[in-house]
Design a binder for this molecule. Structure first.
Ligand code: FUL
Ligand code: CA
Length: 480
């Protein structure tokens, strides 16, 4: 044997044949369009965001102000926006949206285009600016901010005059999106009362202005462009929940609208994922007589929003002293602790992941074990031409004494949302039958805790080969 040959044999022994064959890797698959923008992807991965309804209504025990309230009513003695962000931190939230103007038209900032604002309130002697204090405190706490600017305005005299009111509205939009630094989300509400005043909103112009002034902003309205309404305000996304809709679909008008937007559309041409807005209290604004939902109620909402490919927009209204109530903060903390306890431990993490096939083979970049590395960028995907038998991934060598009652599945949505139907098997027994979409995150609660040696996820139908970025098995001790 020559010395050179011996040298090669030693090398092959040390690194395996893959060390040589893998100098060229299998490429990632093509996307299943449409795909999210960078800003949408960041937003979907936030999971929980926070709403803060605050304004004249906070002082009048009202939900929809008439617009005839005196600005002198606005006088929160202890307003401290930093404290608001401690509520956000308690819930593990990275984005908070403030109602800069609600339907009553009162502006929380000194808008140049009206006198119906903080300028005519006693708060900070009329020199205050809630929006400024809010964005500054958010930035100081490392939390992103968003703005709600109600289109419906019950105070403004020009409301109902198409040109004048759109000018007014866009003047205010320009102030909010140009004077306060980076704004991550703008919320265009759909309410218009009983429509006694006919008013045409120039949505395309508003969207264009928002993108021009804030390049990476996400725009919410009932049907997009960046995120859509999830269809209810109780925190329950549809079980079948696509990130896509077709923004030119005829189903977006008329009575079928809410069913179309709550399900989404596997053939949708636009990436517009669902946002689920729900209040921690009965109302959106603070009322002395109302109480916050318990941590366990919030946990249920987490499962039915985040666990169904939605983003939760949880409203936590500051009270009339200008602070978020301690009761609300306590419940948010307990809620966050529960989520962290359940999902902080993945029973599958030490197991062996295997699959029907692995794109590029088991030494390449798309292997089954990518679903256990905690990284949303890495994923398992099968060979495209793997033949019959269907796609599946299986976790083997699990410890049967470690019980779980939640199965977590995540798609690599950066390359599109694909899975139409899936099932979950525990030691060969189906525990999830007729599962539909997965998306950014799908959480299945099993009803009872089980132990197993193997867990298999079968993908029965998908838009092209499935891409799974993460799988988890978790124990929820709270809901047995
Ligand atoms: C609705 C509004 O009418 C409510 O007052 C609240 O702001 C909610 C988030 O949106 O359309
Ligand atoms: Ca991964």
């Amino acid at each position: 044997m020559t010395v050179t040959l011996l040298f090669f044999l030693i090398l092959i022994h040390a690194f395996g044949p893959s060390a040589f064959s893998l100098s060229i890797h299998k490429t990632p698959p093509l996307p299943a369009s449409p795909v999210p923008t960078a800003a949408q992807l960041k937003w979907q991965r936030r999971e929980i965001t926070m709403f803060m309804h605050f304004g004249i209504n906070t002082f009048t025990n009202s939900e929809w102000g008439t617009g005839h309230e005196s600005p002198t009513l606005f006088n929160p003695p202890h307003l401290n926006a930093s404290q608001w962000f401690s509520a956000a931190k308690a819930a593990g939230v990275s984005l908070v949206i403030l109602t800069a103007k609600h339907h009553d038209g009162f502006c929380l900032w000194p808008s140049r285009y009206t006198d119906h604002s903080v300028v005519n309130s006693p708060w900070r002697d009329g020199k205050g600016d809630v929006v400024r204090e809010f964005v500054d405190a958010g930035r100081a706490n490392g939390i992103d901010v968003g703005i709600y600017l109600s289109p419906w305005d019950r105070h403004e005299k020009t409301y109902g005059l198409e040109v004048q009111y759109n000018e007014y509205y866009m003047g205010q939009l320009h102030e909010l999106l140009s004077l306060y630094g980076p704004i991550s989300e703008i919320w265009f509400d759909g309410a218009k009362g009983n429509n006694t005043v006919n008013m045409t909103y120039h949505f395309p112009d508003w969207f264009a202005m928002a993108k021009q002034l804030q390049g990476s902003i996400n725009i919410f309205s009932n049907d997009g462009p960046d995120m859509r309404w999830g269809g209810n305000e109780i925190g329950v996304a549809n079980e079948t929940s696509w990130s896509m809709i077709n923004r030119t679909s005829p189903l977006l008008t008329g009575p079928s609208l809410w069913s179309y937007t709550s399900t989404g559309d596997p053939k949708g041409t636009d990436w517009v994922p669902p946002e689920l807005d729900v209040s921690i209290r009965q109302g959106w604004f603070w009322h002395e007589s109302q109480h916050p939902k318990s941590a366990m109620q919030l946990l249920d909402i987490y499962y039915t929003t985040v666990g169904r490919n939605g983003v939760l927009l949880l409203n936590v209204p500051p009270n009339s002293t200008g602070l978020v109530s301690d009761t609300d903060i306590d419940n948010l903390k307990k809620f966050r602790q529960a989520v962290d306890k359940i999902f902080g431990k993945n029973i599958a993490s030490g197991s062996n992941a295997t699959a029907s096939s692995e794109r590029g083979g088991k030494y390449d970049n798309f292997t089954a074990k990518n679903v256990l590395d905690g990284n949303p960028e890495t994923y398992w995907t099968p060979e495209e031409d793997q033949g019959t038998g269907g796609y599946w991934i299986e976790l083997q060598g699990l410890n049967p004494t470690e019980k779980f009652n939640v199965v977590r599945i995540e798609e690599a949505i950066q390359l599109g949302q694909r899975i139409r139907r899936h099932e979950v098997f525990v030691d060969g027994r189906a525990v999830v039958k007729n599962g539909t979409t997965v998306g950014n995150k799908r959480l299945h609660r099993l009803g009872r805790a089980v132990g197993a040696r193997t867990v298999r996820i079968r993908v029965l139908d998908s838009r092209g080969p499935p891409l799974l970025s993460e799988v988890g098995l978790h124990f929820d001790p709270f809901k047995m």
